[in-house]
Design a protein around this ligand. Structure first.
Ligand code: NIG
Ligand code: FE
Length: 425
C-alpha cells in the first residue's frame, strides 16, 4: 500500500475508534478506548490508510518518494483534538474585566453594567474584517500548537445583521486560508445589544426575520446557538429563535443552564438540538430529557475555573444517565481566555471527575459528534482525515496529569506537519 506519511514506534496509539461502531459514545462506552501498543499508522494524500502495530504496518506499506517518516520513540499518539465550542473572532481582549472580577465583581454584574459581551460588540463593530482576521489568526496558530485541529467558531459579537455577517465571513475566510478547520455557528442571540435594551422583543424579531434568513441563505453557518439564560434570552424567546433557525435548515446548539437553572437543557432536548453546552446548573429533569433525546452535553470546565465559580457541571451524573459528553475550551475574551484543551483535560479530571479514557474520547470522537463531523474526523482509522497529534509523554494518563505545560510534540493536519515543538515546520 502506498503511503506518504508514516508514524511508527508509537508507545500508545489511542485510536478513539468506537468499539461497536455506535456514536456518540455514552455511559460505560465513554470509558472504552482502543490502545495499540507499539503502534503505527500510515497516510496518503491527507487520509489515514492503515493502522496497526509497527510490525504489521511495516510489512504492508510502500513509501512513496519523499515520504515523511516519523519515529514516535515510544511516545503517545491521539487523533487531533476537536474543540466544539469557541468564540475566536473578536476585536480586543478584556483583561480589565478579569481584574474587576478578582476585585469582587461578578461576570453578570459586569455584563449588566454594560461590559462583557456588549463591550466586545462595540469593539467588533468598529473593527475591519482584515483586522478581525489578523487577530483571530494568532489564536488559530495557537490552537494548532496546542494540538487542536478543528474548532467550532461562533459569531455573536456583531449583533446587527451586517456585523453578524461580517463576523461569519471572517470565520469563513479563516477556514479557507488557515490549516485549522472551523465549523461556523450563528449566535445572534448572544446578548441584547445597547440599542435594543428597552425593546428586547424587537431584537428577537430582527434575529428571526432578518438575521437567520440571510445567514441560512448565504450558507454562513451550520449551527444556530442562543445564550438561554435568565436576564438574557428567556426560554420562550430562545424557543422562538431556535424554531426559526431549524426551519431554515440550521442545526441547533444552546448555551444552557450556565448561571442559573432555567430549563435550557429540556428545551434543547425538545427541539432536537445536537448539543446543549455549559449545564453547570442542569436539573435531574434536564439530564433525563437530554438522555432521552440523545442531545449531547458539551462540558466547559474552563469557564467555571476562569470565572472562579464554586460549581462545575455534574458530569458524572450525566454519564451515569447516558448523556454523551464532549469537552471544550469555550475560548472567548470574557469567560475563558484559553485555547488549551490540555488544560481542560486536567480540569475534566479533577473537577468533573472523569477518567482518562472518558476525557480522551470527549476531546476527540465525541467532540466530532458534537459538530456532526464524525464521518471525517475524531478517530484514527482508515478513511478518516490525517489529523493527528504526537505527544511528548510516555503514556496516556500523563495527558491530564501534567497541566499548564504544552505537551504537543507535533500536530499533523491533513497529513502535513503544521507544528513541531523542535521548531521545524
Ligand atoms: O460561553 N455565556 C455566554 N457566552 C460566552 C461568554 C462570552 C463573553 O463573555 O464574551 C460563554 O461563556
Ligand atoms: Fe460560549
Amino acid at each position: 500500500m502506498k503511503a506518504d506519511l508514516y508514524i511508527r514506534h508509537i508507545g500508545q496509539l489511542a485510536t478513539c475508534r468506537p468499539p461497536d461502531g455506535k456514536l456518540p459514545l455514552k455511559g460505560s462506552g465513554m470509558n472504552q478506548l482502543e490502545i495499540i501498543e507499539n503502534g503505527a499508522l500510515a497516510c496518503l494524500a491527507g487520509e489515514i490508510i492503515l493502522v496497526g502495530t509497527t510490525a504489521d504496518v511495516d510489512r504492508q506499506i510502500d513509501l512513496v518518494n519523499r515520504a515523511v517518516v516519523i519515529d514516535a520513540d515510544d511516545k503517545v499518539v491521539t487523533p487531533g483534538l476537536i474543540d466544539p465550542h469557541t468564540h475566536p473572532v473578536f476585536a480586543k481582549t478584556r483583561e480589565d474585566e478579569f481584574e474587576m472580577r478578582n476585585m469582587g465583581k461578578s461576570y453578570m454584574e459586569i455584563a449588566q453594567a454594560g461590559g462583557g459581551i456588549r463591550n466586545s460588540t462595540r469593539a467588533l463593530r468598529e473593527t475591519s474584517k482584515d483586522a478581525l482576521y489578523d487577530n483571530a489568526k494568532k489564536y488559530l496558530d495557537l490552537f494548532l500548537q496546542y494540538g487542536t485541529t478543528t474548532i467550532e467558531a461562533k459569531s455573536g459579537y456583531g449583533l446587527t445583521t451586517q456585523d453578524e455577517i461580517k463576523q461569519l465571513e471572517v470565520i469563513q475566510m479563516l477556514s479557507e486560508n488557515h490549516a485549522l478547520d472551523l465549523i461556523p455557528t450563528f449566535l445572534g442571540a448572544h446578548e441584547i445589544p445597547d440599542e435594543y435594551r428597552d425593546d428586547k422583543d424587537a431584537y428577537v424579531e430582527l434575529i428571526i426575520n432578518e438575521m437567520i434568513p440571510v445567514v441560512a441563505e448565504r450558507n454562513l453557518a451550520v449551527f444556530s446557538d442562543v445564550f438561554c439564560e435568565k436576564g438574557v434570552f428567556e426560554l420562550e424567546e430562545s424557543e422562538r429563535i431556535q424554531v426559526a433557525a431549524k426551519e431554515h435548515g440550521l442545526e441547533l446548539k444552546f448555551h444552557a443552564d450556565e448561571i442559573v437553572n432555567l430549563g435550557g437543557a429540556q428545551l434543547a432536548a425538545k427541539l432536537g438540538a445536537v448539543s446543549a453546552d455549559h449545564l453547570v446548573y442542569i436539573s435531574e429533569e434536564g439530564i433525563a430529557a437530554m438522555a432521552e433525546a440523545g442531545t449531547m452535553a458539551v462540558m466547559l470546565p474552563g469557564t467555571s475555573f476562569y470565572l472562579d465559580l464554586r460549581d462545575y457541571a455534574p458530569a458524572r451524573r450525566m454519564i451515569e444517565a447516558g448523556v454523551p459528553l464532549a469537552l471544550s475550551t469555550d475560548f472567548n475574551p470574557g469567560s475563558s481566555a484559553t485555547v488549551s484543551l490540555q488544560m481542560i483535560m486536567t480540569l475534566a479530571g479533577n473537577k468533573l471527575k472523569m477518567s482518562t479514557n472518558e476525557i480522551i474520547n470527549a476531546v476527540t470522537i465525541n467532540s466530532a459528534c458534537a459538530l456532526k463531523q464524525e464521518k471525517n474526523i475524531g478517530s484514527i482509522e482508515p478513511g478518516k482525515k490525517a489529523d493527528i497529534v504526537v505527544w511528548n509523554v510516555s503514556n496516556l494518563k500523563q495527558l491530564p496529569y501534567f497541566y499548564a505545560i504544552n505537551q504537543v510534540e507535533k500536530t499533523i493536519k491533513n497529513g502535513r506537519v503544521v507544528y513541531d515543538s523542535q521548531g521545524t515546520k
